[in-house]
Ligand binder design. Structure first.
Ligand code: SER
Length: 315
């Protein structure tokens, strides 16, 4: 049986991942941690501890106390926030990752951490971006993600830590909202479509980015962690994606269900510049071949579910 420590448990991914893993592995076997306590079900329905991931000794102490054999490290600043405070991002994103990897090394734990489409940059091929390609990102978030990918590879080669990871695209979900990302518009648009019937996009028309619905992202994490290690050639930083669209395409999809929905634009130069440096679409072939990655939700199917779930939530 797995005993899993999750950092950043109250974030967009953690909130749903902890609940899903508690259902699979048992509530007591998933130890949720975060820098704050928000009184949510993650906090109430199983072990929860306050943890600042830059505190190496507390992380080690908690992993030891609960005798964990797996660490899922999610705590991080996203791209737009990182760009506003690059040094804080370096300290939190890299400091947290090194502490989590060291804990995994010392206690012999399996390890997962996400990379991102943010690990690519303007010189990366833009369409069907290959698994192995040029990575010269121009954001601090991207610098952190590439460094993290390399560090995870290093901990495997040097110390034999069973590190695994994916490059997530923008993640769309209705339980916990993302904070400080460039792709957040694709979540906000659904909330605003229901609340006010209109949305002003900070990302400009024609800007395509990869996206994925949260159920596919959660399945990908669990599937990769359960995959046969012998079959993994890449281990870390697998390209995965479910769809690629520009703001006008998601707006058109929403309009099919809410015909009066109106979209306008007020482009934020900072987040637009980040989006422009990322791929239009990435190629997930390696993930499919090495561990059977498959996404169930496309833009149409996701939109039906998002609108359904949010209508109930915002009632
Ligand atoms: N969704 C993330 C962001 O926009 C990408 O990894 O920062």
């Amino acid at each position: 049986m797995k005993k899993i420590l999750v950092t950043g448990s109250l974030g967009q991914i953690g909130t749903e991942l902890v609940t899903k893993m508690r259902g699979i592995y048992g509530s007591d076997n998933v130890i949720a941690t975060d820098i704050r306590d928000n009184g949510s079900t993650v906090v109430k329905e199983g072990p929860f501890e306050i943890l600042d991931v830059t505190d190496a000794s507390k992380m080690h102490e908690l992993a030891k106390k609960y005798k964990v054999d797996t660490i899922v490290h999610l705590a991080a600043l996203l791209s737009a926030t990182a760009e506003k405070n690059p040094l804080l991002a370096w300290n939190l994103n890299m400091g947290g990752l090194v502490n989590a990897l060291e804990t995994a090394r010392e206690l012999n734990c399996q390890f997962f951490t996400p990379s991102s489409i943010g690990a690519f940059g303007p010189s990366t091929p833009k369409d069907q971006t290959p698994q192995d390609t040029i990575q010269r990102p121009t954001t601090m978030y991207g610098v952190n993600k590439v460094s993290g990918e390399l560090l995870c590879d290093y901990y495997f080669y040097k110390f034999g830590v069973d590190t695994r990871g994916v490059r997530f695209p923008g993640l769309i979900s209705y339980v916990a909202q993302p904070g400080g990302g460039t792709t957040d518009y694709a979540v906000e648009i659904y909330y605003e479509a229901i609340k006010s019937g209109r949305y002003t996009s900070y990302i400009g028309e024609g800007t395509k980015m990869d996206m994925m619905y949260m159920p596919d992202a959660l399945n990908a994490i669990i599937q990769l962690m359960e995959a046969d290690s012998a079959k993994l050639v890449h281990r870390n930083a697998f390209n995965i994606t479910a769809m690629s669209f520009a703001p006008e395409e998601i707006a058109a999809e929403i309009k099919k269900h809410i015909p009066q929905f109106e979209m306008s634009y007020n482009v934020d130069p900072a987040r637009q510049a980040i989006a422009d440096s990322w791929p239009n679409s990435i190629d997930p072939t390696a993930a499919k071949e090495e561990w059977g990655f498959k996404a169930d939700y496309d833009l149409g199917k996701m939109t039906v579910d998002m609108l359904d779930k949010l209508k109930a939530k915002l009632k």
